[in-house]
Design a binder for this molecule. Sequence first.
Ligand code: C2E
Ligand code: CA
Ligand code: CA
Ligand code: CA
Length: 281
Amino acid sequence: AKKLGKDQFAVFEPAMRESFQKHLQMEADLRRAVLRHEFELRFQPIVRLRTEEISGLEALVRWQHPDRGMIPPMEFIPLAEETGLIVPIGEWVLREACRQAARWNSRRAGQAPLTVSVNLSAVQLERADLPRLVGSALADSGLPAECLIIELTESLLVDHRPETLRRLEEIKALGVRLAIDDFGTGYSSLAYLRNFPVDIIKIDKSFVDDIGDLPAAAALTLGIIQLGQALQLSTVAEGIEDAGQLSELTDGNCELGQGYYFAEPLTSVAMDNLLFADPSP
Ligand code: C2E
Ligand code: CA
Ligand code: CA
Ligand code: CA
């Protein structure tokens, strides 16, 4: 790639220059954040819709910036992907999620173990050592592979290379399950359901949002649930915010769900309380 010379920089409009400088600053901040471990995880319960018992947790990353406060993932994941910093960040997320889930499960002895779902970026899947990393995160934490779910987005599967499929199969061979995130928002959903070793479909929040108001959204949601059943996949509805949405989904036989109606993403301390608080009056 050609380097930007001084004179090329001069053609930038002031607004462009400002946004370029912001971008550089953000990149420097993000590099420092990796070195100083400025990331935290939140955990959102995934609930069995019929009984409302917790079946698992989704790990969601946050950046605790020293000056700017808590930065949500949508504001730094794209930059992290562009710069490759998603690789060390993603490794930390995976290891920390497995470690916490193993800790919670050891305290829940006698109860069904919780699953933990970890979001993976396409950039992480380009790395040949990903299956080894997943195996090492499981071994180091002691979390059984059956308890780990890797979430992939549709876009990741659309422009795939043969290595991607091989890597996913290696990860599946460990006993880890794969989920398709934001299902229904891409454009070749059905093709990759046939081609990829997927276990779980996560129905995008946009369908759930409109389920009570738009007959088309309700019909599509029910269609996705039935598709999942026909293929023997679990279905998880995302972004459930009210009782009306919950009852539509339960009536449609959706197995699992998550959303503010049940709980927001929680700190590990808040999750400790939710899972182990004494049920005192
Ligand atoms: P996602 O994987 O689709 O995660 C669900 C998002 O919806 C989360 O936002 C969650 O907080 C939010 N959410 C859950 N329930 C509700 C609800 O009832 N209403 C509304 N309005 N929102 C709800 P969050 O935590 O800001 O994460 C945004 C996205 O960032 C995630 O979308 C995921 O694509 C990405 N992301 C988060 N953590 C990671 C990570 O560790 N690695 C990678 N590669 N991406 C991540
Ligand atoms: Ca997700
Ligand atoms: Ca999603
Ligand atoms: Ca909406």
